[in-house]
Design a protein around this ligand. Structure first.
Ligand SMILES: NC(=O)c1ccc[n+]([C@@H]2O[C@H](COP(=O)([O-])OP(=O)(O)OC[C@H]3O[C@@H](n4cnc5c(N)ncnc54)[C@H](OP(=O)(O)O)[C@@H]3O)[C@@H](O)[C@H]2O)c1
Length: 255
């Protein structure tokens, strides 16, 4: 059983909040260079390998913590229902990253990812994977009150709804292309009926639900970072799609 490293948890959560705010500010000045916004000259990694390498640490680190440090006891040694709730919450986090690393990554039809993006994302996923895993397994305390149970139920429901929207919307995007094609088309169906950045919307709902269910600084910090990171992406894609619609034609990019 590992001791709770409170200063580390506090520092990493603060870094997520500060980093998120700075990233948001940077994206109001310049779009993140990836996908359709990346220049052809930069050094890139094939999309499947890049997504796998950058996302898999967020699955492996919590898994290792779970297996090696036997976290079901949690802070204060509260086992039983609290320990099970903790483990289940961590499993929802790992489920997302299992899907992202082993299913999304291996099926994507996206453009190559800049090497710097892969590197920064891998560092982010490693630190965040450790933070969420360590906090849930070794630090979090859960009260057995109706309020905490209601939060857990509502948050878990939001998480599942968000995850479903995210996966379904990414599937719609993938089906816009034939294998080997690099074109941009207007997505239809599912949540794209209501919002142009449906996959981002799903991810924001998902991590907001996770934060509500766990009700802790690290999970709120991660949800905040997600909004700051992909909120501007959704806005930039919306503007891009608006131009497509304005010109009433399909955008074909170089392959
Ligand atoms: N939690 C976080 O902080 C965080 C950060 C980043 C991403 N994510 C998640 O990771 C997933 C992917 O993110 P992303 O930024 O790469 O999403 P994205 O820009 O929407 O792209 C998703 C995939 O669909 C393709 N695509 C997008 N729009 C298309 C269109 N109009 N026509 C044809 N293909 C299209 C992209 O191809 P190209 O690559 O060729 O453009 C890419 O392969 C999302 O679910 C997102 O929520 C989460």
């Amino acid at each position: 059983m590992m001791e709770c490293l409170d200063p580390v948890v506090f520092f990493l959560s603060g870094a997520l909040i500060t980093g998120g705010a700075l990233f948001l500010w940077a994206q109001t000045r310049r779009r993140t260079a990836y996908g359709r916004y990346v220049s052809a000259e930069g050094r890139c990694c094939p999309a499947r390998l890049g997504w796998f390498l950058q996302e898999v640490p967020a699955f492996l680190l919590p898994l290792l913590l779970l297996l090696l440090t036997g976290g079901a006891g949690g802070a204060g040694g509260a086992g039983g229902a609290g320990g099970t709730g903790r483990t289940l919450l961590l499993c929802t986090f790992m489920l997302h990253y299992f899907h992202r690393s082993f299913i999304y990554a291996l099926r994507t039809r996206g453009r190559p990812v800049p090497l710097t993006t892969v590197l920064y994302a891998a560092i982010f996923c490693s630190l965040n994977g450790f933070l969420q895993g360590h906090h849930l397994l070794h630090c979090a305390r859960f009260d057995h009150t109706w309020l905490s149970r209601a939060r857990m139920a509502a948050g878990s429901l939001l998480f599942v709804v968000g995850l479903s929207i995210n996966i379904h919307s990414d599937l719609i995007l993938r089906r816009l292309r034939e294998p080997g094609e690099v074109v941009y088309r207007i997505p239809h169906g599912g949540m794209f009926h209501f919002v142009s950045g449906a996959n981002f919307f799903g991810e924001i709902v998902e991590w907001s639900g996770y934060a509500i269910a766990s009700w802790s600084l690290p999970t709120f910090a991660f949800a905040f970072f997600t909004v700051c990171s992909i909120g501007p992406r959704a806005f930039h894609h919306h503007r891009y799609l608006s131009v497509c619609l304005l010109h009433h034609h399909r955008y074909q990019t170089r392959s």
